[in-house]
Write a protein that binds this ligand. Structure first.
Ligand SMILES: [Zn+2]
Length: 150
């Protein structure tokens, strides 16, 4: 698990069953201050060795996070992202939901780092010509259509 500078691990759980689209498996889920990452050991959980990154999703893409119930008990969370939905069968779904939502809320929007631009809306007032009825910009002294004084 490689963290970028300033990135911290908020929550972690091992051997979590997950489903992403048609892909299912078990992995270590990391919630960081910027991403949700699932890593899976290449040779099973009982052997030490290399892990591979199964999913690496930016928190910025996270939309709704819901707790899934089975027989009225919270059993999993479903995280809706721009690229699909991720189901995680974590031990404490409400805690995970809270953590993901809080982490998502503290991610700065992409435009926050750039210069702030303001859009000034200018309302153009039109005046109607008394001769031909054409609407002209109020800045004009003569009707744009017939040339009469406005
Ligand atoms: Zn006119």
């Amino acid at each position: 698990m490689l963290l970028n500078s300033g990135e911290t691990i908020v929550r972690r759980e091992d051997v979590v069953p997950y489903r992403w689209g048609d892909t299912t498996g078990r992995g270590t889920v990391y919630l960081t201050s910027a991403r949700i990452v699932i890593e899976s050991p290449q040779h099973g959980f009982l052997q030490s060795g290399h892990t591979e990154t199964v999913l690496d999703l930016p928190l910025r893409d996270v939309g709704n996070v819901a707790v899934g119930l089975v027989l009225r008990r919270a059993r999993y969370i479903v995280i809706e992202l721009a690229s699909g939905s991720l189901r995680l069968d974590v031990v404490d779904p409400p805690k995970w939901r809270e953590a993901v939502s809080a982490a998502r809320a503290s991610v700065p929007p992409p435009h926050a780092r750039g210069p702030v631009t303001h859009t000034i809306e200018r309302h153009i007032v039109k005046v109607r010509c008394r001769h031909c009825g054409t609407l002209s910009d109020e800045m004009l002294s003569k009707c744009a259509s017939c040339g009469a004084a406005l």
